[in-house]
Design a protein around this ligand. Structure first.
Ligand SMILES: [Zn+2]
Length: 296
């Protein structure tokens, strides 16, 4: 009982100086982490993304650390404040982007286990077609063929199955697309979100985790090794992708690849997209661009 009273007193405590903020947060670090982890667990549970197993516990803990880190950095600028409540509001703000968060989290978690989803990430985040993926990754003929198959399978079945697994509905997707068309800050928010998510998932794959220097990337491409590492790391690391993208361009004035979120898979062939475009215009809505409306 004493413990919970102490906790609630701490939660309401106001700090008025940065020194007090540092002192309180240092003392309460385990409590703050526990709070951040609990919030995360609840969010995942409420959005149907939770399972009672060790990997989900680890995920919640990693998010907890991530929130805590961000809180310790930005909280000092908020003094005077109630640190515990400040942490709550920071987390709530983050989770209020529930649909985009679920979408990115779900897609990335698929990419960690499915090659099709991994290759499709380049399209979903940057709008790259197969040819661009092949070029950026510097793939040979055999691997290129595989990329085309990855895209094809993803378009036919993989994407829809992933959306079902994540629990994302058509309305959710529409909402994200609407946000994309409405929101001025949409790309910046998306970038912030995917950076956080990618850093979580990179940690799950230690052999593909480390970022390389420009020189190391150059060597890797020149000497033709590390194909698996290229695909995995570049799909899950925005910074390295920008580096490699610029490295792989023929023209020096090319700009880094912008975030260009595509919530639906790449459709096949120009004829189909042409028809869809006109259909969409005809009924005044982008909703005609539903892949499910089109037999493969
Ligand atoms: Zn990297």
């Amino acid at each position: 009982m004493g413990e919970s009273r102490e906790a609630s007193e701490t939660a309401g405590t106001v700090v008025t100086t940065v020194e007090d903020f540092d002192r309180l947060t240092a003392d309460a670090l385990p409590n703050l982490l526990d709070r951040a982890t609990t919030h995360t667990r609840r969010f995942l549970r409420e959005t149907g993304q939770w399972a009672d197993d060790i990997s989900h516990e680890k995920l919640a803990l990693r998010w907890g650390y991530e929130f805590l880190e961000r809180f310790l950095v930005c909280g000092r600028a908020e003094v005077p404040c109630r640190p515990f409540l400040l942490l709550d509001s920071l987390i709530a703000k983050y989770f209020s982007q529930a649909e985009p968060l679920c979408y990115h989290h779900g897609l990335t978690s698929r990419a960690v286990v499915s090659r099709d989803a991994l290759m499709a990430l380049f399209y979903h985040l940057y709008g790259f077609g197969q040819g661009q993926v092949v070029k950026v990754l510097g793939l040979g003929a055999a691997e290129s063929q595989r990329v085309y198959k990855n895209f094809e399978r993803w378009r036919r079945t993989g994407w829809e199955r992933a959306m079902t697994e994540i629990g994302i509905t058509d309305e959710d997707l529409q909402e994200i697309e609407d946000q994309k068309h409405r929101g001025k800050n949409f790309d910046a928010e998306t970038e912030r979100l995917i950076r956080t998510i990618q850093s979580h998932y990179r940690k799950s794959e230690p052999q593909h985790f480390p970022c390389l220097s420009r020189q190391q990337w150059t060597d890797l491409f020149d000497q033709g090794y590390g194909y698996d590492y290229r695909a995995w790391h570049l799909a899950l690391c925005r910074d390295c992708l920008v580096e490699v993208y610029l490295l792989r361009q023929d023209r020096t004035d090319d700009r880094p690849p912008a975030i260009d979120l595509q919530v639906r898979p790449l459709l096949k062939g120009k004829v189909v997209s042409f028809v869809l475009k006109h259909r969409g215009e005809a009924n005044g809505s982008g909703r005609a661009q539903r892949v499910s409306a089109w037999p493969p």
